[in-house]
Design a protein. Sequence first.
Length: 208
Amino acid sequence: MSEVKISAEPRTEFGKGGARRTRRAGKVPAVLYGHGEQPRHIALPAREFAAAIRHGGANQLFSIDINDGGSTLALPKAIQRDPIKDTYEHVDLLIVRRGEKVTVEVPVQLIGDAAVGTLVVHEHATLSVLADATRLPERIEASIAGLEAGSQITAADVVLPEGAELAADPELVVAVISAAPTAEELGAEVAAPAAEAEVPAEEPAAEA
């Protein structure tokens, strides 16, 4: 994954009021920390940041130029997002170095089609992976092509890109393939509750 260059400016206002004013100015409040450095409060251009995350995902590597001097590489460590407004509220950025290995959660994409008459359940959508901070995979692919009911994909079965290592439990179940219910079974499930609802409640016994 290639790095995205983005400009930032120092933040001098803090607290909820300062964060709101930063967002109204079209910027995302952020904090930059790591490698023993003092945390730096910065503001990122909201539109550029959103475009980079949309294209590269939550593990997008940024080359951040701060207008008071200096440039640094950083990865999003935590992203707070407003689901209603679809805006970014705050970002924690972790400073990284070239050649340094970091552990990140990488999306797992299932490819291919399982055998006819099966149902695929994606148990874990991401896997923890250790990789070079400048060569993080955007996603990992796991093939389910032709798998029969009763099969499963574990973390150990997933083929990782060169240079990446599995950080998750190798026995972690990523996907399970089971037999899809038949039309008769689905009909029986629908009919059973209806039949139960039609059974009248027992009359209470008359008192002597």
